[in-house]
Design a protein around this ligand. Structure first.
Ligand SMILES: [Zn+2]
Ligand SMILES: [Zn+2]
Length: 231
């Protein structure tokens, strides 16, 4: 598969005073250099996130009842480390290269597209100082595609989905989200759900079902990193 990545890494003026180093190779100047970005895309291969089988199309035949799932990389890779730094070290500048990588793996989607970020727990937004999924969604929609961002999902509670079993995650995910009051689905719109990490996919699948139930007819999913193991 061939990817073209434009040389558009954003350099914040603050970085000139306290420069970032590339998380991949240590080069000074930006949090992910163009060379490491290209290497991520050259190593890109799809697995079916749902059952983890090697699959070029993103979703295997067995899981074809799901809408398209686009992914950047494995969680056990540089992308997983980037997401970790982005979230847990509040390295906000990584939103730019992560959005570029997401753009590179997405196809052209005909018609109107709304990027729908999976909502982050409000406590985490306060701790990090920003909503990590929303920021990538905005960069992707505004700088790379002529799309809009619709934050139409809300958390119904503040349950953290880390380290619990697959069946527990599935049960939690069903109750985790709700659509915003008065939201009406546009049947001509493709709703592209976005999240950082896919483990069992319970959150994404629950969110997608919620949108479909509320009248969305076209949905797709985008995830930055897929865990090869279900925990
Ligand atoms: Zn590098
Ligand atoms: Zn599958």
């Amino acid at each position: 598969m061939g990817f073209i990545v434009k040389n558009t890494t954003f350099i914040n003026p603050i970085d000139l005073i306290a420069p970032h180093t590339c998380r991949g190779c240590g080069r000074i100047g930006c949090p992910l250099c163009d060379c490491c970005k290209n290497n991520i895309l050259l190593a890109h291969r799809n697995i079916c996130p749902n059952c983890k089988s090697e699959n070029l199309a993103g979703v295997c035949q067995k899981c074809a009842s799901l809408p398209p799932i686009y992914m950047v990389s494995d969680r056990e890779s540089l992308v997983g480390a980037l997401i970790h730094d982005y979230k847990y070290s509040s390295l906000r500048a990584l939103a730019f290269p992560l959005a570029e990588l997401a753009d590179a793996v997405l196809p052209n989607i005909v018609g109107k597209v709304a990027v729908v970020p999976l909502p982050t727990i409000s406590r985490h937004i306060r701790e990090r100082g920003f909503d990590h999924t929303l920021l990538i969604a905005k960069h992707l929609a505004r700088f790379h595609r002529d799309w809009e961002v619709q934050s139409i999902l809300e958390r119904a509670g503040d349950t953290v989905q880390v380290g619990t079993s697959e069946s527990v995650r599935r049960t939690q995910a069903k109750k985790a989200y709700k659509t915003k009051l008065n939201w009406i689905a546009n049947p001509s719109m493709t709703y592209l759900l976005i999240d950082d990490v896919w483990t069992t996919g319970a959150s994404m699948k629950a969110a997608q079902k919620l949108l479909t139930k509320a009248g969305a007819t076209k949905t797709a999913m985008l995830v930055l990193a897929v865990s090869r193991i279900n925990n």
